[in-house]
Design a protein around this ligand. Structure first.
Ligand SMILES: [Zn+2]
Length: 94
């Protein structure tokens, strides 16, 4: 896969991660918990939701990882480091 293509896949995940930060802020204001977050996989057409408690979400955000629905990992850009059943945490290759 070309480098530009890999960059694009990484950027997709970062875009979803930024959107999830806004969802977290809103959930904290509104006292919503667990929260429907967006799958942070690299597929542009993925609109799957992952229901996570705010605590679980914060744990993912503190790591270098991204949360995805099981099976949404792309072995070209990332590796699964945690499996929680309803979601997985992936770390991107540097
Ligand atoms: Zn996905």
């Amino acid at each position: 896969m070309e480098r530009t293509e890999l960059e694009r896949l990484r950027q997709n995940e970062e875009t979803f991660a930024r959107a999830n930060e806004q969802i977290r802020n809103a959930a904290e204001r509104l006292n919503v918990d667990p929260v429907p977050f967006l799958c942070e996989c690299s597929a542009t057409n993925c609109t799957d939701l992952i229901h996570l408690t705010l605590d679980a979400y914060r744990t993912v955000r503190k790591s270098n990882g991204f949360m995805i629905r099981p099976g949404h990992d792309d072995p070209h850009v990332e590796t699964v480091v945690e499996d929680h059943g309803t979601y997985q945490v992936v770390e991107k290759f540097r």
